[in-house]
Design a protein around this ligand. Structure first.
Ligand code: SF4
Length: 445
């Protein structure tokens, strides 16, 4: 939990020597509390102050970085509800395969995982991880399959087994992949610590209850290892929801470090509908890694869409880059449409133009990610603003057409636009993008 200025001042020397650039220790403490200064600016800070302030500045939920380039990030969360600020790192989705699955089936699933891409509002969504579960007893075979999966998908793995020897062999085989090791229970988790440390993997701490989990994470951290995830097994979806919520509240509200880690959850049982319900619970309520039982696009597409909505910053509209977009293969004399840079608006409008079968230009000025009417009301989508942007990108050198189609909702800017863009004719398009196709057929063909 963040410390106040007064709490920080008690940790400082209180000599008011000014060497930190502040007139008093209290003034410096206030800056530290507001994160506008760094403790290293005070040459006389005690070890106690460094320890306490260092711990206070850690995020309540530990950041974990997985994968060869550490590009998959988990945790680092600071709020309970996304509207308070934003959630930072989304729930990673993994697909489970077993080492004793039919080799041809494994190859097929790996190809599906490699190829799966979901394009949504300008972002490409992929499967984050693969879980390799040891179901046989041959540690070397398990290690070979783990390595094959790593080579095939080039993503971090979740390695799960009841057999510490198998996990050691597989952990060694995929050393450098910054993956996650998951043992069957608390005793095996302790045994697995050396493997995680030696081969650079994160360790899922497995226990039967939150109390046991908190005790075990504290014990492992005391031994100098802190790349941990929380894993309670054998819980119903309702219990799992409750445990995640209690852990997150303890971490955020009470700064309770033993539960301040991302979680991992496996969905092994049930049909597709039951899997979807459990996964939705993970995404909405604080899941770190959610392992799905199988590759199924009917499950992945809605989960990724939901996840995108939960983990986008509610204070920042999703935007596309302001520029002139070609739709299809436009020529210089193709028609020019204009809309705002709110992603949803851009993709709906560009999709409808594409569906009409024509090629065209779509001018997208900077509107701070607002929709058409909101941008107009905020003065970001006026005739003068559109003309200014057209000038900035030198629109007239890129197109020969001098007709620009504006959204029907802002028909009132047509006069101002024509005045600001001499030689251009502003055509008022339909209010709804869904009517663009019929507008194009009636007015532009
Ligand atoms: S340098 Fe340290 S001791 Fe000196 S005024 Fe700043 S905080 Fe206080």
């Amino acid at each position: 939990m963040a410390l106040t200025g007064l709490q920080i001042q008690k940790l400082l020397p209180k000599t008011n020597c000014k060497e930190c650039g502040s007139n008093t220790c209290l003034a410096f403490a206030m800056k530290l509390a507001a994160k506008k200064a760094d403790l290293s600016q005070c040459p006389y800070a005690s070890e106690e102050a460094k320890r306490v302030l260092g711990a206070a500045s850690e995020p309540p939920v530990k950041l974990l970085e997985l994968g060869e380039t550490k590009s998959l990030k988990l945790g680092d969360e600071t709020v309970l509800y996304r509207h308070e600020k934003t959630f930072v790192n989304q729930t990673a989705l993994a697909i489970n395969i077993a080492d004793n699955d039919d080799p041809a089936r494994i190859d097929t699933i790996l190809a599906h995982i490699r190829d799966y891409k979901l394009e949504r509002v300008g972002e490409t969504l992929i499967i984050d991880m693969v879980c390799v579960t040891q179901t046989g007893s041959d540690a070397e075979h398990y290690a070979r399959i783990a390595n094959k999966v790593r080579e095939s998908v080039k993503r971090p793995l979740v390695l799960r087994s009841n057999n510490p020897e198998g996990l050691r062999a597989a952990g060694k085989a995929v050393s450098g992949s910054n993956s996650v090791l998951v043992a069957a229970d608390a005793d095996q988790t302790r045994k697995l610590l050396a493997t995680a440390q030696e081969f650079g993997h994160a360790l899922a701490v497995t226990a039967d209850s939150l109390d046991e989990l908190a005790a075990l994470t504290a014990e492992i951290k005391e031994k100098g290892f802190n790349e941990l995830l929380l894993h309670i097994h054998s819980q119903s979806p309702a219990e799992q929801w409750q445990s995640r919520t209690i852990a997150r509240r303890a971490a955020i509200l009470d700064n309770f470090k033993p539960l301040g880690y991302p979680g991992i959850h496996f969905i092994d049982k049930g049909d597709l509908f039951a899997a979807a319900v459990e996964a939705i619970g993970e995404i909405c309520k604080y899941g770190g890694i959610c392992v799905l039982p199988t590759f199924d696009t009917a499950l992945l597409a809605p989960l990724m869409t939901l996840r995108m909505n939960i983990f986008t910053d509610p204070q920042k509209p999703i935007q596309v880059e302001p520029k002139l977009y070609p739709i299809g293969e436009p020529k210089a004399d193709s028609p020019v449409f204009v809309t705002t840079n709110f992603s949803l608006t851009y993709f709906i409008v560009s999709g409808e133009i594409e569906n009409s079968g024509i090629s065209a230009w779509l001018l997208v000025p900077e509107c701070e990610g607002m929709s058409v009417l909101t941008a107009w009301a905020a003065g970001k989508f006026s005739g003068a603003q559109i003309a200014k942007f057209a000038k900035e990108i030198d629109l007239e050198s890129q197109v020969s057409s001098r007709k620009i189609i504006i959204p029907g909702y802002v028909a009132q800017i047509s006069g101002e636009l024509e005045e600001s863009m001499p030689g251009w004719q502003a055509l008022v398009g339909p209010q709804e993008a869904a009517d663009l196709e019929s507008f194009i057929k009636a007015k532009l063909n």
